[in-house]
Design a protein around this ligand. Structure first.
Ligand code: GZL
Length: 318
């Protein structure tokens, strides 16, 4: 325990506060506004934040916005009213955050962006953004496909299940993937639609793609594993073999994706780690200790093709 913390506690007890209340009064309070519970990735991210807060002795105020921006904004305003020490959130979409971020700044409450970024020009509105490089994840997906299809003759027809419309991962994973495949005209994205990062919507949209394009489809590029897993069901119900008749590329690297790869139904998953909790809590503590945080903290990640899935599976933490 730091001398500063000991001094504060002693002063609180001397002022008549019972010791357990003195400890509670001195705890760092973090307000976290989560996107929702739309995917395996999100569930693992929530668990990481909650477990790490407990581990770090940080008082976590947690709000689940059910994938609605207005709910996240409401939660952030409530954190401001509660005068929490730090606010962190994963913006469900990239735009529309200026007003509430300015309110947090006016209240002198530092904000950390976790997982997803915002398209606000004024970057004084947050102290740090920690999470993956989604554009690079899209490039990794594209590079894997180009390597796999390098000897393919004729056109390679791709259907794309996009993430939540307007979200940073959806925008940037699309951009990175297209940056790579656009170098060779044989790659054509013939259908592209949002599956909102969920299994149910991924299946529904893939059913529509199959109805419209059927056996013309050579490749599915899904912005997350949950949509890919939903699409695999649709492909099988259409009497086709996932990962054989249609090459499937997805992103996240969740357990469900490894199970699908081990079953021979998914070709590759590009890792996007949800285990941001420990990094976030360390950043919160550093902030409260008066340290300056790096403006951008990038998560280190890999690419897992089906050939390594069985060997890697026991090492997976989410
Ligand atoms: C990416 C994260 C995305 C995941 C999805 O960091 O924001 O949201 O890829 C999740 O599975 O729903």
């Amino acid at each position: 325990m730091s001398t500063q913390r000991r001094t504060v506690l002693a002063a609180l007890v001397a002022a008549g506060l019972p010791l357990h209340k003195a400890f509670a009064a001195d705890k760092i309070v973090l307000g976290f506004a989560q996107v929702g519970a739309e995917s395996e990735w999100r569930a693992a991210n929530t668990q990481s934040v909650k477990d790490s807060a407990k581990e770090a002795g940080i008082d976590l105020k947690f709000a689940d916005a059910q994938q609605k921006q207005e709910n996240q904004i409401k939660a952030i305003r409530a954190f401001i009213a509660q005068k929490v020490d730090v606010i962190a959130f994963s913006p469900v979409v990239a735009s529309g955050w200026g007003p509430v971020l300015r309110e947090a700044k006016a209240a002198k409450i530092p904000v950390i962006l976790s997982d997803r970024s915002v398209d606000e020009k004024d970057d004084s509105l947050w102290v740090s953004f920690m999470g993956s490089d989604f554009t690079e994840e899209g490039r990794r997906a594209g590079r894997w496909l180009v390597e796999k299809m390098k000897d393919a003759k004729g056109t390679v027809n791709i259907v794309e299940l996009q993430g939540t419309t307007g979200s940073a991962p959806a925008i940037e994973r699309k951009k990175g993937f297209e940056e790579v495949i656009s170098k060779d005209p044989k790659y054509k994205i013939i259908r592209s639609q949002t599956g909102d990062f969920t299994r149910a919507k991924g299946k529904e949209v893939m059913e529509a793609f199959l109805k419209a394009e059927g056996k013309k489809i050579n490749v599915l590029y899904a912005h997350n594993d949950d949509m890919a897993i939903g699409a695999i069901q649709a492909i099988e119900e259409a009497g086709m073999k996932p990962a054989k008749d249609i090459t499937i590329i997805s992103i996240d690297g969740v357990k469900g994706a490894f199970e699908a790869m081990i079953a021979g139904k998914l070709n590759v998953s590009v890792e996007c780690s949800p285990l941001l909790g420990p990094q976030l809590m360390q950043a919160v503590k550093d902030l409260k200790a008066g340290k300056t945080l790096p403006k951008r903290i990038v998560t280190q990640e890999g690419v897992f093709p089906m050939e390594v899935a069985a060997k890697e599976f026991p090492n997976r933490k989410y």
